[in-house]
Design a protein around this ligand. Structure first.
Ligand SMILES: Cc1ncc(COP(=O)(O)O)c(C=O)c1O
Length: 394
């Protein structure tokens, strides 16, 4: 059988394995020096002042919303073309998640639609734009709207470690928080680098950073005055936090992986160039908008089949039979029964997102792919496209 190619996969090498083995021999298994080193590297890479590494990207989003005091009665807006967690974090806090349609070119949250929502409704408490597939959202435009309408801003940069966005001719690192209150990363194995499970919250605001750090560890503080007053064992909890800590073992892997971030980025960009070159000849395909000139780090390759859903299903199944496991990123979040049943969100709510969803298919993209793997995907995808009928529903 041909080698299995998934839409994404981690790249773990001997250096990663020995970094983890070394960590296991130290005194620290949970929060220790490797967590701090990992956080410092993420600050260095993004330029953000503070980093709080945590259990996963979902926990990072939850912590960000908690730090901004999202609560009962608040509305939070995000893109429907994202993973569930981008919306669920608002619901965890007792708020209501709602959705703003995407820009059909970038596939990120559309600033014009956001402005329209804010003019027609009570402005939201928080907006969570997603750097979809590694392409930075239009954060400068959304930041302008946050000033105009008075909402807080969290960048969901789960797809965008090592990536950049442009604003007024300048280049900014995703996760730098230049235009946002907070940003989050995920280190799930399909992401740019992995810690197994893992995530991080970034910010340039010291008090938000302190709040996130405290909420990551049960909402507990142990400051000097407290220790002097009660003794070295003292701790105090004033707000309800969580155990969202990441371990030193995971961060040993994270530090080792981060040292190869440039290599991972370059390889992803090379594979995207191969795909773009091969597929740009096809009139019935829409290629993803990957800003290679910006040195961005592409996370997914969501190609669109203009012929639509019936054909997409056949192509997906045919590639699967060839051991090429694509995915669709994503089913619009408000299609999920939880959201549809709770709020009556119906089909037609975000037409651009729904149209994109009916056509999209993410082809394999990860740094460990060889040129041969990429050529195999190109050849099998073209074959599957040629043999699929646009009329037959499967
Ligand atoms: C856009 C986006 N946000 C948030 C998350 C949640 O990250 P995690 O899986 O680390 O909890 C993911 C993960 O798939 C994601 O793709």
């Amino acid at each position: 059988m041909p080698k299995i190619l998934n839409y994404g996969r981690q790249s773990v090498d001997d250096r990663d394995i020995s970094a983890v083995a070394d960590a296991l021999e130290t005194d620290y298994l949970t929060t220790g020096p490797r967590v701090e080193a990992f956080e410092a590297m993420l600050c260095e890479i993004t330029g953000a002042e503070h980093c709080i590494a945590c259990a996963n990207g979902t926990a990072a989003l939850h912590l960000a919303c908690l730090a901004l005091n999202v609560g009962k009665g608040d509305v939070g807006l995000t893109s429907p073309i994202s993973f569930l967690a981008s919306a669920n974090c608002i619901e965890y806090c007792g708020g209501r998640a709602d959705f703003i349609d995407i820009d059909p070119g970038t596939l990120c949250l559309c600033p014009q639609q956001l402005d329209l929502y804010c003019r027609e409704n009570k402005p939201p408490k928080v907006v969570i734009p997603v750097d979809f597939a590694g392409l930075g959202a239009d954060l400068a435009a959304i930041a302008e709207l946050s000033k105009k309408h008075g909402f807080s801003l969290v960048e969901d940069a789960a797809h965008a470690l090592g990536s950049f966005y442009q604003a007024e001719g300048e280049r900014y690192a995703c996760g730098s928080c230049t235009h946002t209150d907070l940003a989050v990363f995920s280190f799930h194995p399909v992401k740019t680098i992995t810690t197994g499970e893992g995530g991080a919250v970034m910010t340039n605001d010291r008090s938000l950073a302190e709040r996130v750090r405290c909420l990551r560890n049960h909402g507990m503080v142990r400051h000097d005055a407290l220790l002097q007053q009660h003794g070295g064992w003292a701790y105090e909890m004033s707000s309800l936090g969580f155990n969202y800590r990441i371990t030193d073992i995971q961060c040993a892997l994270g530090v080792s992986q981060l040292s190869r971030l440039d290599r991972f980025t370059n390889r992803r960009r090379q594979i995207v160039s191969m795909y773009n070159h091969a597929f740009s000849k096809h009139d019935n395909l829409v290629l993803p908008h990957q800003d290679l000139a910006l040195n961005a780090c592409p996370h997914l390759y969501p190609i669109r089949l203009k012929d639509g859903a019936a054909k997409r299903r056949q192509v997906y199944e045919r590639l699967k039979a060839d051991n090429i496991f694509c995915q669709v990123h994503y089913i619009p979040i408000y299609f999920q029964p939880y959201y549809a049943d709770k709020y009556g969100y119906a089909k037609g709510r975000c037409p651009q997102a729904e149209r994109y969803y009916s056509q999209a298919l993410s082809l394999p993209l990860f740094p460990a792919m060889s040129d041969r793997d990429a050529l195999r995907v190109i050849e099998r995808f073209q074959f599957a496209l040629g043999s699929a009928s646009s009329h037959r529903k499967m």
